[in-house]
Design a protein around this ligand. Structure first.
Ligand SMILES: [Ca+2]
Ligand SMILES: [Ca+2]
Length: 456
């Protein structure tokens, strides 16, 4: 778990190197933006493996608030908000305390001064108006993962001012104003920046996959917004390259390019590819079954290709060369992956990171060619993160629209930060529409009127 948490931090930092061109506000009047997002270095040896479940701190308590209390609201930048005071003992340096309200993370503070008794005041927003809210404190240990504590209490919001928009109301209005769509039950989530040097700021995030478009709205704590529409499974005039709707059956062409310095064979990589695809298909099946479905919402098929020696040192293939080099027509595939078998990570050194992913499901001839890139340095890499954790998880999620500031899982602290490659660390089930938000029993990605959409 810790390894992934560490790696996520690295990822955020690296992202800025190529995502600066993704100017969300002006996709139409600019050159097609660079949609690829670079990823984390495969440095498993740099971080320790957790060996045992840590002991919880001696105590963690919400002060001055009892189960059943009615909370006092104050007016903040985003409207009415409340405060919770938490006191914890037994924390060590950089242990973090998260506050969650009705399933969404609200705020985090870290014990950055290693105080023996750590007291902090955390804000939260009654994001759906008057009613009961379950408050939960989660603890994330600096040298391990996160878990819920026993502090879970229900409080009541009774004096949310009539006529004042809730956070959810704001998103409903923003979808209406920016995209002319009426969603009565939008997905609402909140992302809290985990480290000071992370690029992405804390924000509320809502996304909607509707037809062949992905709509995304960010609402920042200073009240500003960022709004984007991106084409799904087709090329349009927006300037954005296509990404895949997170449902369907997608064909991957995975091209292994052997630099001859890893000690791995063609048979090694192709057999692990099959295993990795099978594992991820099982994850997709399990997540679908958890929603009451008996067939998977998403499924991948892989075709492996092997090229050696590399005809282009330190580069990826342009689309035009893929068929020549592999014998496969790239336009017959939804996602093209290049995995360099290269102990020196030659290509990664040309762009200052390790891997990238961010496009897919083209309905036109590919101008670029590669949707996901990742290197494998040795047998340890092959059996560990690059295929399972990066290609099929992190990078494929980017190819379906996921960004680092999208909360994973159901947007709870537990599902965002309790991380395990085999259980799809970067799969944002709520934001990919793999949950039923409007209460009709159909997950939104399969729902004919998603997010309680009304009207046209
Ligand atoms: Ca639904
Ligand atoms: Ca519906």
């Amino acid at each position: 778990m810790f390894r992934r948490l560490f790696v996520i931090g690295t990822t955020f930092v690296i992202l800025v190197l190529t995502s600066a061109a993704c100017t969300p506000e002006s996709p139409t009047d600019a050159a097609p933006p660079e949609t690829a997002t670079v990823s984390e270095p495969p440095t498993p040896s740099a971080t320790p493996e957790p060996t045992a479940t840590p002991e919880p701190p001696t105590s963690i308590t919400i002060l001055g608030l009892e189960d059943g209390d009615t909370v006092t609201l104050t007016e903040g930048v985003l409207g009415p908000e409340a405060l919770v005071t938490v006191e914890a003992t037994g924390l060590v340096y950089d242990d973090r305390v998260y506050l969650q309200a009705d399933g969404l993370v609200m705020a985090m503070e870290r014990n950055s001064q290693a105080l023996p008794t750590f007291t902090t005041e955390l804000p939260w927003w009654p994001w759906h108006g008057n009613g009961d809210y379950e408050l939960l404190i989660n603890l994330c240990l600096a040298d391990f993962g996160c878990y819920s504590t026993s502090e879970r209490l229900t409080v009541t919001v009774a004096d949310f001012p009539a006529g004042t928009p809730t956070i959810r109301d704001r998103f409903i209005s923003l979808y209406q104003q920016n995209f002319d769509i009426t969603l009565t039950a939008p997905a609402v989530s909140r992302y809290v920046k985990p480290w000071d040097d992370v690029v992405d700021d804390t924000r509320w995030v809502s996304v909607a996959y509707i037809g062949d478009m992905l709509y995304r709205i960010d609402l920042f704590d200073d009240g500003t917004t960022s709004v984007i529409g991106r084409p799904l499974n087709h090329m349009d005039l927006s300037g954005w390259m296509p990404i895949c709707r997170p449902t369907g059956d997608y064909q991957f062409l995975v091209i292994f390019v052997d630099y001859g310095n890893t000690g791995l064979t063609q048979e090694d990589v192709l057999s692990v590819l099959d295993m990795a695809a099978a594992e991820y298909n099982q994850v997709f099946m399990d997540l679908s079954v958890a929603q009451g479905l008996d067939s998977p919402i998403l499924h991948v098929e892989t075709t492996g290709a092997y090229v050696t020696p590399p005809p282009q040192h330190g580069d990826v293939f342009p689309g035009a060369r893929i068929e020549e080099l592999t014998g496969y027509d790239p336009d017959a595939f939804d996602i093209i992956v290049q995995v360099d078998m290269d102990a020196n990570m030659t290509f990664s050194q040309t762009f200052g990171a390790v891997g990238f992913g961010g496009t897919g499901c083209w309905d036109t001839e590919r101008s670029a060619g590669i949707d996901i890139y990742f290197p494998i340095r040795n047998r340890e890499d092959l059996m560990d993160e690059p295929l399972l954790g990066s290609v099929f998880d992190h990078e494929f999620s980017h190819c379906m629209g996921w960004e680092h500031a999208w909360p994973n899982g159901d947007a709870s602290v537990a599902e965002q930060f309790v991380v395990d490659w085999q259980h799809n660390a970067t799969f944002p089930t709520m934001l990919f529409g793999w949950e039923d938000m409007d209460g009709d029993g159909i997950v939104e990605i399969l729902d004919p009127d998603p997010y309680g959409m009304t009207g046209e």
